[in-house]
Design a protein around this ligand. Sequence first.
Ligand code: HEC
Ligand code: HEC
Ligand code: HEC
Ligand code: HEC
Ligand code: HEC
Ligand code: HEC
Ligand code: HEC
Ligand code: HEC
Length: 506
Amino acid sequence: MKNFPTKLLAILVWLAPICGAGLAAAAEEAPLSSASDDCIACHASVHPGIVADWKRSRHSRVTPAQALKKPKLQRRISASNVPENLANVAVGCAECHTMRAESHKDTFEHGDRKVHIVVSPADCATCHSEEASQFENNLMSFARKNLAQNKLYETLIKSVNGVRSLHGMKTSISDPDPETNADSCYHCHGTEVLVKGKVTRDTQAGEMEFPILEGWPNSGVGRFNPDGSKGSCSACHSRHQFAIQVARQPYTCSQCHKGPDVPAYPAFDVSKHGNLTASLKGEWKLTDVPWTVGKDFSAPTCAVCHVSLLVDSEGEIVAKRTHQMSDRLPWRILGLIYAHPHPKSPDTSIIVNKDGIQLPTTFTNERASQYLIDQAEMTKRRETLHKVCISCHSSEWVNGHWRRLENAIETTNQMTLTATKIALQAWEKGVAQRDNPFDEAIEKQWVQQWLFYANSTRFASAMMGADFGVFAHGRWHMAKNIQEMLDKLKALLILRRAAEDLPTKK
Ligand code: HEC
Ligand code: HEC
Ligand code: HEC
Ligand code: HEC
Ligand code: HEC
Ligand code: HEC
Ligand code: HEC
Ligand code: HEC
């Protein structure tokens, strides 16, 4: 600890017996490495919240070697072996925050150790290799790239986040500043975390040097990390408890899947499944692995349908755990701008449609089929998802639901097409400008048609929350919006005509 100021050593000497006693008292704790012992000696007083959370986690109680001995379905680590120096100690502060030090641009000298701040999916992969590699194939790990490297989405970001100024009878939009983008789109999609030099801070343990991080704090699903990896596992596994019961509850997903553009949570919330979860989850076993349908829980949460490893009362597998998630999803019901079969690659920035735009469908709903999964793959994924449903429902019930969902996909796509034809007329007739299709009043209505109302109708159908998809945010609004767009188009044409007829000065 030679690099720490002496003032600090005094605190340490004073704290060590207190922390030591605290640790010994909890019998079920796994042995600590001497490095983590050092971290905790200090951080127990610097960050008591972090240390207490970590102590409640399984990382403090079970060593990787003990975890590896459990039967396959009960195992909570997926790596087939773990480096020797990590195997027989608790997963402590140092195990995560000094892992792969050379790969992290945010590594800094902290006492005698090389510590980094942003523990990344690539670090977790040392013990959770399967989850990390599956997550790399999830759209979520591409959430930043998919936005940041798409020209059309760049225009959308600008029209939402840019500051507007008035010049006479016109407005201009400035390029959005990075802090606004980090507070808005990239809060969920993930920032790029960059190291911008070093700073000396006066801490409660004296002066210490730390890296300056840009794009921080953030735990967006597709974050670009200083070690070159993508995403943040703590988007769903909040640190430092990393408790499975948090990830299994719908509130975790609601952090991001709640807005009118992506309303999975509000639709689920008003469904029977949502009601049963809210009413009964106090009686459920949210920590058991594997998770037994019926015994541990009686209605599905988001995790049950989209992620979890499920077994029946005989211990037979109903569904394998997946951090890829798309392997249970035939359709992309998030309209871009129409609902369509899922993209083959989670990197949607590579898609180019017939009109040369980076979208999976053209404005008139021609699919960029070479980038999308085929019918056979769609059937396979539907069957995977339906295996989850039929552990609680008859196949007739489930097929009936599916028929309605696919009908909702069809009819909402038609309503988007009708609204788009009105927008196309406005562009063709020159009463709106297509270069930025998101900024004028009639264009904003068009965006709401597919982004809010069609999406809400489909999410309500998929997640059985009918109320959300009718008058709240769905079908009523799709119909009303089309009428209003048409009236606006007519008004714009009449206004232009009137302006042309005005006498002009010679
Ligand atoms: C001598 C006391 C001490 C020891 C030992 C110590 N730390 Fe710290 N650490 C601090 C203080 C003080 C801060 C600054 C807190 C602040 O600025 O609010 C800090 C900050 C940090 C940060 C956050 C840096 C940032 O800028 O966000 C991390 C991560 C960290 N320590 C991890 C560790 C790890 C891992 C170990 C063990 C290998 C460790 N620390 C050992 C005192 C210590
Ligand atoms: C979008 C949310 C989400 C993200 C992001 C996420 N997970 Fe998970 N994770 C879950 C859910 C939900 C479960 C519960 C699965 C179950 O019930 O079987 C889970 C379970 C786990 C488990 C427990 C496995 C077990 O056997 O008990 C581990 C380990 C895990 N995740 C690791 C990771 C790692 C590592 C990352 C980052 C690469 C990650 N997760 C990212 C949602 C997520
Ligand atoms: C299982 C791995 C793991 C362990 C063990 C762990 N951390 Fe962390 N830590 C993380 C992750 C992940 C983040 C946040 C990165 C993100 O948001 O994606 C983080 C962030 C932090 C931060 C910066 C964030 C903030 O809120 O200021 C501090 C400080 C920190 N950890 C301290 C500790 C201390 C002290 C311990 C030991 C008691 C510890 N960590 C143990 C994974 C771990
Ligand atoms: C050095 C190995 C190691 C690393 C690195 C590691 N873990 Fe773990 N993880 C474990 C062990 C051991 C357990 C407990 C296994 C058990 O209880 O059988 C565990 C359990 C978990 C669980 C299940 C918790 C529960 O309540 O069931 C989650 C989720 C998890 N880890 C996420 C992460 C994330 C996210 C990271 C990276 C930020 C990470 N782990 C890094 C070894 C590790
Ligand atoms: C509260 C979290 C959150 C914020 C803030 C957010 N998004 Fe998203 N975004 C999501 C979620 C969740 C999805 C995926 C929804 C789904 O698949 O059902 C998504 C998906 C997208 C997609 C689809 C990308 C693709 O190719 O697959 C685009 C485009 C998008 N968002 C644009 C934006 C823009 C632009 C902003 C800022 C103006 C923004 N988002 C802000 C959560 C968010
Ligand atoms: C921090 C924000 C965030 C959290 C938390 C989050 N998501 Fe997402 N999710 C996103 C974004 C953003 C996308 C879209 C990325 C894109 O299209 O590029 C997405 C996409 C998805 C997709 C499509 C994945 C694919 O590969 O097809 C599913 C399914 C999904 N999320 C389910 C969940 C579930 C279930 C949870 C909770 C266990 C959850 N998400 C938690 C932000 C989040
Ligand atoms: C009863 C099972 C079930 C539950 C519970 C459930 N979903 Fe879904 N989810 C579905 C079905 C069915 C679909 C549509 C299937 C498809 O897109 O192919 C879907 C689609 C989605 C999508 C759209 C994926 C895309 O690529 O467009 C996201 C995101 C999503 N769900 C997130 C969630 C979240 C978040 C929750 C919890 C708040 C949740 N789901 C609860 C069954 C469920
Ligand atoms: C863990 C058990 C469980 C799973 C898994 C499950 N459900 Fe349900 N579901 C229920 C229960 C219980 C009800 C409430 C029945 C009732 O009282 O009407 C319900 C209700 C429904 C309803 C009626 C909604 C309403 O408001 O009337 C539909 C539709 C439905 N489920 C479809 C599905 C589909 C599709 C899947 C798979 C994607 C699925 N369920 C997965 C337990 C489950």
